[in-house]
Design a protein around this ligand. Sequence first.
Ligand SMILES: Nc1ncnc2c1ncn2[C@@H]1O[C@H](COP(=O)(O)OP(=O)(O)OP(=O)(O)O)[C@@H](O)[C@H]1O
Ligand SMILES: [Mg+2]
Length: 309
Amino acid sequence: MSPDSMLVFVTSDKGGTGRSVTSCNIAYRLYLRGMDVAYVDFDFGSPTAGALFEIGHAERGIAEGHGLHSYLLGDIGEPRRLTVGRETDRPQLRRDAPGARQLVLLPGDAGGGEFGCDDAMIERGTTLLADLLTVFDVVIVDLSAGRSVALEIALRATASRMLRHRAHRWLVFHRWTRQHVLAAGGLIHGPHGLLNAAAHWDHNPDELLASTRCVRTAVAASDRTRTTDHPPQAAWLKEQANALRELAIANGIGAAMVLGQTPIEPMLQWREQLILDADVNARLANPATVEAYTDLARRLTDSATWDVD
Ligand SMILES: Nc1ncnc2c1ncn2[C@@H]1O[C@H](COP(=O)(O)OP(=O)(O)OP(=O)(O)O)[C@@H](O)[C@H]1O
Ligand SMILES: [Mg+2]
């Protein structure tokens, strides 16, 4: 563990934004960069992070009674940690395991669903995150979409005496379309958004905003060379790209708020998974996709990205 280990909460307003796939890939890139990384599946309504790491026995959560649901509900003292390099069904991912470092998934329970939240649960959530910070350099927590119990646990845990001095970052994922830009802006700045919820739970909203960045996912190219055969289409795409940029600025999620973006990746249009260097070498995945994940991982852990601390 490094002294500046950090919590990273990943969220989105809408579902299907690419939040889980992108953050799993960021986790994997951080691990390849020599960090100990935990991926914590707080998507209680749909605990499917095991599928992204291709851990067959935890594809829809781990056997009931062993996962995060059971831990947070107070049924067990510790949730199960799965070492990805050991548990995955993907041979290349097993081979990538460099040994000294760990990439670990904390899955939810198979059959687990959403639940209500009480003080005891907040305490258990806080203790869990504090424990993970003693072992891992980066702890990525998938909070699911929208305003959830997971979000409340995250906000109250990071406001607690135990965690309020630890670095915590917030990533808001969205597609690069009008509806998604409006939704992501609302999730951060809206009346029921992150900043107001943070203020309610004793955070300083300015500090929280400085710890928040957006990730634009599966962004289509607006300057495709093939569109030069269709000048009206090329002009329309350019116009829309400019309009979107302006909409993002008007909704408080302009360039200064952006950690990075990912291009459309054909492999991910067909299948949710980690993109390995082997996929690029086999010409299955686009190099630009791996570059985007590597860049997101680098910027996330670069102190120059954050003007807090
Ligand atoms: N760069 C990309 N290019 C193409 N497809 C992508 C890209 N990133 C993610 N996807 C695909 O988008 C879909 C939604 O992604 P994902 O499941 O990660 O979203 P999510 O926000 O976690 O959704 P949910 O709210 O349901 O948990 C998946 O099929 C995924 O493979
Ligand atoms: Mg998801």
